[in-house]
Unconditional design. Structure first.
Length: 417
């Protein structure tokens, strides 16, 4: 059985991971204190480390340094989560063999995919189209579900409810579940039961304080026909729910079933690792650079197949995402839609030289560092490249570690591989 060591992170996050990984026959050990994590690491020698680096404090850095120097543990892959936003700080994690980094709140489909890849296991996820939103008004949870029921999101809901209830210090909370535009049939019975049982698993939320808003007759019959859900009120009229709960006596006749304009949250739900969104919720339009966990994104502009192969292998050692361009024109054409942390550029490339590429980047005030990696080592080439903004000039060929260290140095990071 594969074994994962979780370091730091909340207990609710740990419980959620434990449940999810156990379904994949993976054991999870939790060390909540980073200071004692190294002792656990050398005793367990797990197949994967998941660590909450937070804002990368001294204790976390010390653990990572010890781990990368330990001959028995240095090759163990690491997936990091945290609150880092600075790209240079994130890229510095490559020094410690961190394969993936996810900024909280995490996109869970990408997160579990990364865990599966690190363990060499094919994790499967529920791909059912589902939008699940939650907000809090006074002492009431409002949960809105649209399109369908996704088992992975429902499983996460239990821990998110507990996390929010604890952090917001809610006592005897009420819950309104809005499923206005979802249609059900007998094939959905298992998922409906999972949803209701997940909510009821929190003993503090009483059945009498749960209201379901739906127009679906199958769901109404299902809830009313099962004794274990007796006491849950189910209605198609949102007004009958809101009037007693919020003491609203004049609700407008909005045609919006979710009443976004009325149900305005007055408590900020704590933002941390347990988010209810998957990357699919964004339709590819709002995904940030780190939602897929990439530590570093590298552009290589070089038409030599041998050099391309060497550079790809070099940066794949630190799990960087590499994009290859055989000429400068194609790179510059795609640049407005791409984000790179570092660019590796040859001088002798087709259509336009590397110096021409640097001139274009200089005019655009391009901020990511550009490393020139070329056999064009004449003094004039080196001088021109540096004057045009190149962060470094590296003569071909070089060992992979030299190239990686040059890239990390250009990003302002330190450390050794």
């Amino acid at each position: 059985m594969k074994q994962v060591l979780l370091i730091g992170a909340s207990y609710s996050f740990c419980e959620y991971l434990t449940e999810g990984l156990s379904q994949q026959q993976v054991k999870l050990d939790h060390c909540p204190n980073v200071r004692s994590a190294y002792t656990d690491l050398i005793q367990i020698l797990p197949d994967l480390i998941i660590i909450d680096v937070g804002e990368l404090n001294e204790d976390v850095t010390l653990f990572l340094e010890k781990k990368v120097k330990d001959p028995n543990a240095k090759s163990t892959p690491i997936i990091a989560i945290g609150e880092l936003e600075d790209r240079k700080q994130i890229a510095s994690l490559a020094n410690f063999k961190v394969h993936k980094y996810f900024k909280t709140p995490i996109k869970y489909d990408q997160f579990f995919k990364a865990i599966g890849e690190a363990l060499g296991l094919g994790f499967t996820a529920d791909t059912t189209d589902c939008i699940l939103e939650m907000h809090v008004t006074d002492n009431i949870f409002f949960i809105e579900i649209a399109r369908g029921l996704n088992r992975d999101k429902i499983s996460m809901l239990r821990y998110r409810l507990d996390e929010c209830k604890t952090k917001l210090k809610m006592s005897a909370p009420k819950l309104v579940l809005m499923l206005s535009d979802v249609k059900f049939c007998f094939l959905d019975m298992t998922n409906i039961s999972l949803l209701l049982d997940t909510i009821l698993a929190d003993r503090i939320i009483k059945k009498s304080n749960i209201k379901i808003v739906t127009n679906d007759t199958f769901l109404k019959d299902f809830v009313n026909g099962h004794d274990e859900y007796k006491g849950i009120e189910i209605t198609s009229d949102i007004g009958t729910v809101l009037n007693p709960l919020l003491e609203i006596f004049a609700i407008s006749e909005s045609k919006d079933p979710l009443l976004h304009r009325i149900l305005i949250p007055n408590k900020e739900i704590p933002e941390n690792a347990l988010d209810l969104r998957f990357s699919s919720d964004y339709d590819g339009t709002m995904m940030t650079s780190w939602d897929t966990g990439d530590i570093m994104r590298v552009a290589i502009i070089d038409d030599d197949p041998v050099s391309q192969k060497l550079l790809v292998g070099t940066f794949e050692k630190i799990k960087a995402k590499v994009t290859i361009y055989s000429n400068g024109i194609s790179f510059l054409k795609e640049l407005p839609d791409k984000v790179f942390d570092v660019v590796i550029l040859d001088i002798f490339i087709p259509n336009m030289t590397g110096l021409d590429v640097l001139r274009n980047l200089q005019r655009q005030k391009y901020s990511s560092p550009v490393l020139v990696y070329s056999q064009a080592t004449d003094k004039e080439y080196v001088t021109d490249a540096i004057s045009l903004g190149a962060a470094n000039f590296i003569a071909k060929p070089q060992k992979p570690d030299v190239i990686i260290q040059a890239a990390l140095s250009a990003l302002g990071t330190t450390g050794g591989l």
